[in-house]
Ligand binder design. Structure first.
Ligand code: PLP
Length: 447
C-alpha cells in the first residue's frame, strides 16, 4: 500500500494514484459544468456531500420510471417489485459493511440514525415491555463522547442526558489533533452506558483507535456507537472487525442520494431497543387499547421509506465496490500526503489536525495567517474551487485549537493532484489579494 508521509518542507511528491481520475470524472455529470465565469469546477467539499455518478442518478430514475410504489404494502406487481428492489439494496448495503440485512435500518441520514438511538435509550425508561428497558438510561448513568464529535454525535447525547438525568462525559484532544486516551479507564467506567465516537474526524481528519475504545467499553459493559459518516465512504469498514454495537453513516457522503442514511446494529442490541418513530409499517398488531411492534429492522422504519434513495444508495455501493474500497483509501492517502506537503510549503498556512498521513483521512483543515477562513473561501470560490469554511459542525474542536474557524478541503474518488495544485495556487492568490503574501514564498511571489 502506498504510504505518503508529509514532512513540512519535504516537497510534495506525486506518487502514482491507484484510481483512474480521468475515467472516474467522466462518470460524474456535474464535473463537466463550469462555475464563476467559465472556470473548471474543483470540488473539494465531498466531506459535506459527495457528487453522484451517473449510475446512481440512473438507478433513481429507473425506480421512478419503472417500479415506483410503496414497499411492504399492497399486493400489486409494482409494490412487489418496489419491495424487492428496496430489500435487495438493503442486503447489498449490509454486505458492504459485512452485516446481514436484518441489522440494517434505513434512516434519513447519520443525524437521524444517532437521534434514533438516543431517543430509543430514553424511551426505554418508560417502556411497558421489560425487554425494551434493557438499555434504559437514567440518573447516575454516564454517556461518553469525544471532543472531536460532529454536532450530530454530540447534541443528541446532551439532550438524552437532559431528558434522563444522566451525565455526559468526554475524552479530550491532544495538541496534535488526536484523541487523548490518557484517562480512558477513568472516563469510561462502570457507570458508562454508551460510548459514541467518530471513526474519522470531519474536521481534523484523524482516524480514531476504535479497537482500544471498544476494548475498554467491553470491560465495563457499555454499548459503543461509531459515527462512520466520514469513514464508511472513504475506507473499508467491516462491522465484524470494528467490534462496536452500532454504526451510523449517510448515503449522500458516499456517492448516494440525499435523504438516506443507515443505522447498523448488532441484532441482539437492536432487538432490545424500543422504537423512536411510530406509525405505519412498524407494527405487529394494532388495537385501540395499544399496539405491538415488528422486530428490527422494520420496528425502526415507520412510514413509507425513502425507497428510490435506498435503490440509489445500492448503486453507489456497486460503484464503490467496483473501484475497491482499499484502493479508494489508498488514493485518498496519496492525495492527503500531497496536500499536506503542498500546504506546508506555503508560509502562513497552518494545518489543524495531524501533520502526516498516519491514522489520518483526507479532511484537511487549515488556517491562513491574517486572513479569515471565510475570506479564503471566497477567493477560492471565485477561482472555481469549492471548499468548506466555518466550524464544520464541530465547534468544540475549533475552540480547542484556538481558531475562529478553518478552511477545509476534502477529497474523493474523482480528486486528482491538479485539484490540490489549484487549491495551493488559490491560497497564494488569497494571500496576494489581501496583501499578506509572505516575502519568503518564492512561488507565491512569482506565480
Ligand atoms: N458525523 C460526521 C463525522 C459528519 O461529518 C457529519 C456530516 O458532515 C455528520 C455526522 C452528519 O451527517 P448528516 O448531515 O448526513 O446527518
Amino acid at each position: 500500500m502506498t504510504q505518503t508521509v508529509s514532512r513540512p518542507g519535504a516537497g510534495a511528491q506525486q506518487v502514482p494514484l491507484p484510481l483512474d481520475v480521468g475515467a472516474i470524472r467522466a462518470d460524474f455529470p456535474i464535473l463537466t459544468r463550469t462555475v464563476r465565469d467559465g472556470k473548471r469546477l474543483v470540488y473539494l467539499d465531498s466531506g459535506a456531500t459527495s457528487q453522484k455518478p451517473r449510475s446512481v442518478l440512473d438507478a433513481e430514475r429507473w425506480f421512478y420510471e419503472n417500479i415506483n410504489a410503496a414497499p411492504h404494502r399492497g399486493a400489486h406487481q409494482l409494490a412487489e417489485e418496489a419491495t424487492g428492489a428496496y430489500e435487495e439494496a438493503r442486503a447489498k448495503i449490509g454486505a458492504f459493511i459485512g452485516a446481514p440485512e436484518r441489522e440494517i435500518v434505513f434512516t434519513r441520514n447519520t443525524t437521524e440514525a444517532i437521534n434514533l438511538v438516543a431517543y430509543a435509550l430514553s424511551n426505554a425508561v418508560t417502556a411497558k415491555e421489560p425487554e425494551f428497558r434493557t438499555y434504559a438510561v437514567g440518573q447516575g448513568d454516564e454517556i461518553v463522547v469525544t471532543e472531536m464529535e460532529h454536532h450530530a454525535d454530540l447534541i443528541p447525547w446532551q439532550q438524552l442526558c437532559e431528558r434522563t438525568g444522566a451525565t455526559l462525559r468526554w475524552l479530550g484532544l491532544t495538541d496534535d489533533g488526536r484523541l487523548d486516551l490518557s484517562n480512558l479507564a477513568e472516563v469510561i467506567n462502570e457507570r458508562t452506558k454508551l460510548v459514541a465516537v467518530t471513526q474519522q474526524s470531519n474536521i481534523l481528519g484523524t482516524i480514531n483507535p476504535i479497537g482500544e475504545i471498544v476494548a475498554r467499553a467491553r470491560e465495563v459493559g457499555a454499548l459503543v456507537l461509531v459515527d462512520g459518516a466520514q469513514s464508511v465512504p472513504h475506507q473499508p469498514v467491516d462491522v465484524t472487525e470494528l467490534g462496536a454495537d452500532l454504526l451510523v453513516f449517510s448515503g449522500h457522503k458516499m456517492l448516494g442520494p440525499t435523504g438516506v442514511g443507515v443505522l447498523w446494529g448488532r441484532y441482539e442490541v437492536l432487538d432490545k431497543l424500543p422504537p423512536f418513530l411510530t406509525g405505519g409499517s412498524m407494527i405487529e398488531v394494532v388495537r385501540m387499547e395499544g399496539s405491538t411492534f415488528m422486530p428490527p429492522p422494520q420496528r425502526f422504519e415507520a412510514g413509507v421509506p425513502m425507497t428510490a434513495q435506498v435503490v440509489g444508495l445500492g448503486a453507489a455501493v456497486d460503484y464503490l465496490q467496483a473501484l475497491g474500497m482499499a484502493k479508494v483509501e489508498e488514493h485518498e492517502k496519496a492525495l492527503t500526503g500531497y496536500a499536506l506537503a503542498k500546504l506546508a510549503e506555503i508560509p502562513g498556512v497552518t494545518v489543524i489536525g495531524p501533520a502526516d498521513t498516519v491514522a489520518r483521512g483526507g479532511a484537511v483543515s487549515f488556517t491562513v495567517e491574517d486572513i479569515h477562513p471565510h475570506d479564503v473561501g471566497q477567493v477560492l470560490d471565485d477561482l472555481g474551487i469549492a471548499v468548506r469554511v466555518g466550524h464544520h459542525c464541530a465547534w468544540p474542536v475549533v475552540r480547542r485549537y484556538g481558531v475562529p474557524a478553518t478552511t477545509r478541503a476534502t477529497f474523493y474518488v474523482h480528486t486528482g493532484y491538479d485539484d490540490i495544485d489549484a487549491l495551493a495556487d488559490g491560497i497564494r492568490e488569497a494571500q496576494r489579494f489581501f496583501g499578506v503574501a509572505p516575502s519568503g514564498d518564492s512561488e507565491g511571489a512569482t506565480s
